[in-house]
Design a protein around this ligand. Structure first.
Ligand code: GTP
Ligand code: MG
Length: 467
């Protein structure tokens, strides 16, 4: 099979070293999870794909681009290893932008090992984690934002996280940011025309300019808000359940989970160590952390557990303070209520089915019982309010995902705010052109196609081998 026959006209294989990565190597890796399965996909990418296909894929007819063909996969000596499907994606119309070969073989670890070994024996190199996607980036198939979204789609553990990651795959953020930059360019052109040719080009109307800057500002703020919601969906929220012994913390954890995960007993001090489990509230993954009851007089082992409770409380975004509301508050309960007053928290006055002895009038206080579904629903809503303002977090718009993107938008926002102040002070309009240029170039970093090696390493280190 000739290499030429596989390629659309005009395609030249990437030959040079880009950003320190040897693109000339042809790489191979298992693309599906390791272990037994119905099928396994071995992926090969690079300039020697056609050569390897000719060596290792035996078919009745020639492999046609993007057509699955039943084939015998043979090793470097011509011995059959397996029968399966072979698919050829000639570059640049492939995931990496290079020639790509996919071999869909039986999902046996022994067969996969043998197929990969045979390709390595023929001169392919084992791909590093994320190297296929890295090549896609270096060959201009996607920007860094989309490359990060690929890892997010794979990592997604909840439906809303998968939807949010998918929203970032299509290049929508690049066009949103591109639109903002285009408006800045037009304004900058008007301003520099007025500076260079004051006789012919009038200074832009100050009110119109101010309105434009305000609308850019509110769009950037919205981008940042969506990005923060995306981060919540991706990373989840830690919620520490704390309180005196026997208040019903473990009962509450079990009730929220819907399973008997933690030991519950009437003996104070039952939970000795922190227990962590996840649930989803309004699309946001929530890590619930049950803790040892906090009290002043405890033995050494219990004190070690209490120390962990305090650490869990410090590290969590939301505190759920559980106290037994059917009896007078113990000093430990009062102390916890006081020390958590200034942070996002929910107070749960438990055991209301037995009686109500404690009354606290505050929006973040719920009186109820861990046995009562209505109290649990109220608690879930209160956690959402305290943790992220209560909004449901299904995100289907492209949004900022990395610290680098947030920093770029923050810098653009800062520049636009300075420019607004310049206008409000009554300074000449051309004085804000420096700030507008700063905003323009900061926004360029959101979806830049050229990135430093360490930025690339940061993005691609999150990937598994084969992606
Ligand atoms: N009546 C009533 N009893 C409850 C309620 N919630 C929990 N209990 C009981 O209170 C006792 C203590 O419950 P746990 O969930 O073990 O309490 P805890 O706060 O985890 O206690 P430690 O692990 O010792 O800190 C158990 O006997 C529970 O059955 C409730 O809403 N009403
Ligand atoms: Mg407990």
């Amino acid at each position: 099979m000739s290499e030429q026959a596989l390629r659309p006209s005009g395609y030249a294989p990437p030959s040079s070293k880009a950003a320190g990565v040897p693109l000339a190597d042809t790489i191979v890796a298992l693309a599906t999870p390791p272990g037994k399965g119905a099928i396994a996909v071995v992926r090969v990418s690079g300039a020697r794909v056609s050569e390897f296909a000719a060596l290792h894929v035996r078919t009745g007819s020639e492999l046609r681009p993007r057509v699955a063909t039943y084939a015998t996969i043979v090793d470097e000596t011509g011995h059959a290893v397996d029968r399966g499907l072979a698919l050829l994606f000639p570059g640049p119309y492939s995931y990496t932008g290079e020639d790509v070969l996919e071999l869909h073989v039986h999902g046996s670890p022994a067969i996969v090992r043998e197929v990969v070994r045979a390709l390595l024996a023929s001169g392919a190199r084992q791909a590093a984690p994320g190297e296929f996607t890295r090549r896609a980036f270096l060959n201009g198939k996607m920007d860094l934002h989309e490359a990060g979204a690929v890892a997010d789609v794979i990592d997604a553990e909840t439906r809303s996280a998968a939807r949010a990651a998918l929203a970032n795959l299509g290049g929508g953020l690049a066009s949103a940011v591109g639109g903002l930059r285009a408006r800045l360019t037009t304004t900058l052109e008007q301003l520099s025309g007025a500076i260079d040719f004051p006789e012919e080009v009038p200074e832009p109307d100050r009110h119109a300019l101010h309105d434009l800057l305000e609308s850019l500002r509110s769009e950037l703020l919205e981008l940042r808000r969506d990005g923060e919601r995306g981060r919540l969906i991706r990373e989840g929220v830690g919620v520490a359940i704390v309180g005196p012994p026997n208040a019903g913390k473990s009962s509450l954890l079990n009730a929220l989970l819907g399973e008997e995960r933690a030991l519950v007993s009437e003996i104070p001090g039952t939970t000795r160590d922190t227990i962590e489990e996840s649930i989803v509230i309004g699309g946001v993954p929530v890590r619930l952390i049950d803790t040892a009851g906090i009290r002043a007089h405890a033995d050494r082992l219990e004190s070690a557990g209490i120390e962990r409770s305090r650490r869990a409380l410090e590290g969590a975004r939301v505190a759920v303070v559980v106290v037994d509301g059917s009896r007078p508050l113990a000093p430990e309960a009062l102390e916890l209520l006081e020390s958590t007053r200034e942070r996002p928290r929910v107070v749960f006055l438990n055991k209301a089915d037995v009686g109500t002895c404690v009354r606290i009038d505050s929006v973040d206080v719920i009186a109820g019982s861990s046995f009562d579904p209505g109290s649990l629903a109220a608690l879930r809503n209160a956690i959402a309010r305290a943790g992220w303002g209560g909004e449901s977090a299904d995100l289907e718009r492209p949004h900022l995902a990395t610290l680098r993107e947030f920093e770029a938008v923050n810098e653009a926002l800062e520049a636009i705010e300075y420019a607004c102040e310049t206008l409000e002070r009554g300074d000449p309009a051309d004085l804000c052109s420096g700030e507008l240029s700063r905003a323009f170039s900061a926004l360029g970093h959101v979806t830049e196609r050229v990135a430093a090696e360490e930025v690339l390493d940061g993005v691609f280190s999150r990937f598994c081998i084969g992606k």
